[in-house]
Design a protein around this ligand. Structure first.
Ligand SMILES: Nc1ncnc2c1ncn2[C@@H]1O[C@H](COP(=O)(O)OP(=O)(O)OP(=O)(O)O)[C@@H](O)[C@H]1O
Ligand SMILES: [Mg+2]
Length: 431
């Protein structure tokens, strides 16, 4: 399958003036002046095949929007080559090619023209565009009177109705309300099935794991990873964690700060052994020794029936003094989407301070929801601190795999407990 988009050693450098007045001097004197270089993108090489969807993640200022603007053609690169084979429709962070003085209706037609569609072609789709955007009478108002959500609704609706071959979406979803976000993601999914190639910049990491087949991670303008979304998201989380550590942020506003520790239960036998591991990180002041999934009676299980009660046991060994240890785990589905997570503090179960050499074993007795059948993983972790601010000592990604069985169909991620009532009447007479 040939690439519709290839970037080869792409880079973008902005001149940065040491003082704002230097830019003025440069314009007046027409002499190059006192600039430093700021590399917003460095040496990005990327091949995107047709009909694929690629997530782009990274911290603020990492270069995501810059990359999309270059692909969209609204910004020129400083170095490297870019080959784009197909009609690009872009929903960029700012502006998106709308004129604020004109009405929504006029902007729809103008955008259609920019994308090479005739007036009559646009007439044919206008009703669909308006229906999807669903902004009511605002359609006839100047775009400058729109809220950012309304603006995005219309811009998104236009972007998907002008036959794009490549759709670039930058962050836009975040300003829509929840319902609209879902509709957008659903539509993006359908467009991909129809052969549209999608680049999605977002801070919504679960959207990336759900909707992208691949993900790239930008950091200070460099592409530091290009892989499966779940793997890239994990790496990104680890990166953010490491930066938090460096900054050593303190947070005194923690509701869990002064709680009394719980009494130990001598019955719990430690579990030793991590059946699997994708990735591990932490400062090493404690380590996860083992994790086990059990039935309520304590027998190890790798298969549960949906809705069953279960027990997750985690044993950790302290290697340093931990005044306030936290033990917890994350439950993910086969796509890496986080279904839920919990930990001792979250459950209002503070553990006593840990000393080097001690092994602490914690049981989580769970009433699992009626999860959809399939494969799941548990990622155990031990940390030090408080709920809002803690340092990760050891996090073991996907340490235990198990399956959920179900004899009945589950729609979505889990079945909602529902009680039903009904009433039928035959020919109720009107007064
Ligand atoms: N016109 C400009 N002049 C100088 N620097 C710029 C300019 N535009 C962007 N930058 C810098 O380039 C870097 C990358 O910016 P970019 O907008 O691509 O980040 P981003 O990954 O989209 O961030 P965010 O998550 O906040 O949207 C930032 O450090 C930004 O300050
Ligand atoms: Mg951005």
């Amino acid at each position: 399958m040939s690439a519709v988009l290839s970037a080869v050693h792409l880079s973008k450098c902005y001149p940065v003036y040491r003082r704002p007045s230097d830019k003025f001097l440069e314009i007046v004197t027409r002499r190059k002046h006192r600039t430093d270089e700021f590399w917003a993108l460095r040496d990005i090489s990327l091949e995107v095949p047709r009909a694929s969807s690629v997530g782009v993640i990274g911290q603020n200022g990492s270069g995501k929007s810059t990359l999309l603007q270059i692909v969209a053609g609204t910004l020129g690169q400083t170095g490297g080559d870019l080959f784009v084979r197909g009609k690009v429709s872009a929903l960029l962070e700012l502006g998106a090619g709308f004129n604020p003085e004109f009405s929504g209706r006029d902007n729809v037609y103008m955008n259609g023209a920019i994308m090479g569609l005739s007036k009559s072609q646009m007439d044919g789709r206008f009703a669909d565009i308006v229906r999807f955007a669903d902004i009511g009478p605002f359609l006839e108002q100047p775009v400058k009177t729109y809220s950012s959500g309304m603006f995005m609704r219309l811009a998104f609706s236009v972007a998907i109705h002008v036959d794009p071959e490549i759709l670039l979406v930058d962050e836009a979803l975040a300003v829509g309300d929840l319902l609209f976000q879902q509709r957008c993601l659903h539509r993006i999914h359908r467009l991909r099935q129809d052969g549209v190639t999608i680049l999605l910049v977002t801070h919504d990491l679960s959207a990336v794991t759900r909707f992208c087949q691949r993900c790239i991670l930008l950091d200070h303008g460099r592409m530091i990873m290009d892989d499966r979304p779940d793997a890239v998201v994990q790496r990104y989380r680890a990166l953010i964690f490491a930066r938090q550590q460096e900054q050593g942020e303190e947070n005194s506003l923690d509701p869990s700060a002064d709680a009394e520790p719980e009494e130990p239960d001598p019955q719990l036998a430690p579990v030793i052994g991590l059946p699997a591991m994708d990735h591990r990180f932490g400062d090493g002041r404690a380590e996860v020794l083992g994790v086990e999934l059990m039935d309520p009676l304590g027998r190890a299980r790798r298969e549960l029936f949906t809705g069953e009660a279960a027990r997750v046991r985690i044993s950790v060994r302290y290697r340093a003094e931990l005044p306030r240890p936290i033990v917890g785990f994350t439950l993910r589905d086969r796509l890496g989407v986080e279904i839920s997570a919990t930990n001792t503090l979250h459950e209002d179960y503070p553990l006593p301070p840990g000393r080097p050499g001690q092994v602490c074993t914690v049981d989580f007795l769970l009433q699992l929801p009626h999860l959809a059948p399939g494969a799941y993983t548990l990622s155990p972790a031990v940390a030090q601190g408080a709920l809002l601010k803690h340092e990760m000592c050891d996090w073991v990604d996907n340490a235990l795999h198990f399956t959920i069985q179900s004899s009945r169909l589950v729609y979505g991620m889990f079945r909602m407990p529902a009680a039903l009532r009904h009433r039928v009447e035959e020919g109720v007479a009107r007064e």
